[in-house]
Structure formats: structure tokens, C-alpha cells
Design a protein. Structure first.
Lengths: 152, 100
């Protein structure tokens, strides 16, 4: 379960065809979550599933060298941090906790040439935080649940 | 004991089935659930947030505090599992300590 498979077909199909597609689809679900069903939780689950698939074929040893538990823990904390920051910045501006209307993100409209409300931007920032947190936690769970099997 | 459970549950089932006939139709705009809060949420999404997906607007903005708690629950659950599974592992190398 955690050893590397040597099948070239499996490696090609998973690492060249499937996993990149799953990652792109996960990011699509994340950024399109405000127009269609989707959002941070779903996108995090999808991208984590892609990474778990890659680890199933390339083996956990090889996979974990790329993103270790330590990095994933930092990532999960950073996801929560993004969310909390999106709540605290409006607090410093003198309005309620998580009141995205006070977030200083108006510059994005000029950069993108697309009119968006601050609250829509706040929703997106928060979704990115949820995405990073859920993705990291799911991969941590996979890594440490499969680690026990190698002990037996 | 089995008959006692049945004797208690059958009247309850009969009551619920009888009551369900009076429930409003699905998607009925005049149902009580659609009169109080839903129109306000639709209006807020259209007026202040301007995104097409009302569900996302409610999840991340109107109920942002709730969603923050949900994310913290996921994070805490991951930490708890990590702590339980890493019990006995040597400190300093948080990865796989044994070579196999």
C-alpha cells in the first residue's frame, strides 16, 4: 500500500493523465465556487484525493519527501491563519469581525479590470484559506494512517 | 421488549405520516420557511455581494463565523488524529521514523 509500484502504465496514467487533471479540476472547483456548486471544502477534498492517488502509486516514502508532515502542518495552520486574518483586518478597521466589506482589496478591481465587491473578494480569500486547511489535514491523515501499516 | 418497542413506534409512525399530509409542498414560496429569512438572504446576496451562488454567499459571508468554526473543527480533528497516531514516535523526526 505504501511501496512504490514499478508498472510504467500505472505510473503514466496516474502521474501524467489523472493527477494533473484532478489538480486543475480542484482549483476550478475552488475559484468557480461562487458561481456554481463548490468551494473550499470540496476543492480541498478533490486536490487531497489527487495527492493521495499520486502517493498510492509512487509510494509514500517518495511522496512524503516532497511534502512532509511538517510542511503540511504549517500549511494547515496558514489556511486557518488566512481565514482568521480576513476576520481580524476588518476588526482593526473598526467594524465587525469577518465583515469583508472593510477589507482593503479594492486595488484588485483595477488590476483585473473587473468590478467585484469587497465582500465577494472576502469570500474568495476565506475559501482559499479553507481549501489550504482541508487539503493539508486530509493529506496528513492519509500519511499517518498508512504509516501504521508499515509497522506490522 | 420487541413488542413494547413496536407498540411505541407504530403510533409514532402513524402520527408522523398523518402530520406529513399537512406539510407545505417542496419549494412552495408561501411556506413558512421561505417567508422569514430566505428573501432577505437572496436580497443581500444580490445587492451587497453580487455573486451568483447564494449558497456560497451564505456559507462564507453571512455565516462566516460558523464556517470559521467548521474549518477549526477539521483542523483540530486532524491534529488530534496526528497526536494519537504519533504516540511513541521519536521526537525531532515527525516523518516516518522506521525505514520500512
Amino acid at each position: 500500500m505504501t511501496e512504490q509500484h514499478d508498472s510504467i502504465i500505472l505510473n503514466f496514467v496516474v502521474r501524467v493523465l489523472l493527477v494533473p487533471f484532478i489538480f486543475v479540476f480542484g482549483v476550478y472547483v475552488l475559484v468557480h465556487g461562487e458561481a456554481s456548486p463548490g468551494g473550499g471544502f470540496q476543492a480541498g477534498a478533490i486536490v487531497a484525493a489527487g495527492l493521495v492517488l499520486a502517493r498510492l502509486t509512487t509510494g509514500s516514502e517518495h511522496g512524503e519527501r516532497r511534502i512532509s508532515t511538517r510542511v503540511l502542518l504549517w500549511l494547515a495552520s496558514a489556511g486557518i491563519g488566512i481565514y482568521v486574518l480576513a476576520g481580524i483586518v476588518p476588526l482593526l478597521a473598526g467594524v465587525n469581525f469577518l465583515d469583508y466589506a472593510a477589507l482593503p482589496v479594492e486595488w484588485f478591481n483595477a488590476v483585473a479590470g473587473h468590478e467585484r465587491t469587497n465582500r465577494a473578494m472576502g469570500i474568495f480569500i476565506v475559501e482559499v484559506g479553507i481549501f489550504i486547511g482541508v487539503f493539508s489535514v486530509l493529506v496528513i491523515l492519509y500519511d499517518h494512517l498508512t504509516e501504521r501499516f508499515t509497522d506490522d | 421488549m420487541k413488542w413494547l418497542t413496536a407498540a411505541l413506534l407504530l403510533p409514532l409512525a402513524a402520527l408522523l405520516i398523518y402530520v406529513s399530509a399537512d406539510l407545505p409542498d417542496r419549494g412552495d414560496p408561501d411556506a413558512p420557511a421561505n417567508l422569514h429569512l430566505s428573501p432577505e438572504l437572496v436580497e443581500v446576496t444580490e445587492r451587497d455581494i453580487e455573486i451568483p451562488n447564494i449558497v456560497t454567499a451564505v456559507l462564507a459571508d453571512v455565516r462566516g463565523y460558523d464556517t470559521l468554526g467548521e474549518t477549526l473543527v477539521v483542523f483540530t480533528a486532524g491534529l488530534a488524529v496526528l497526536l494519537v497516531l504519533m504516540r511513541g514516535a521519536r521526537p525531532r523526526d515527525s516523518g516516518r521514523s522506521n525505514e520500512r
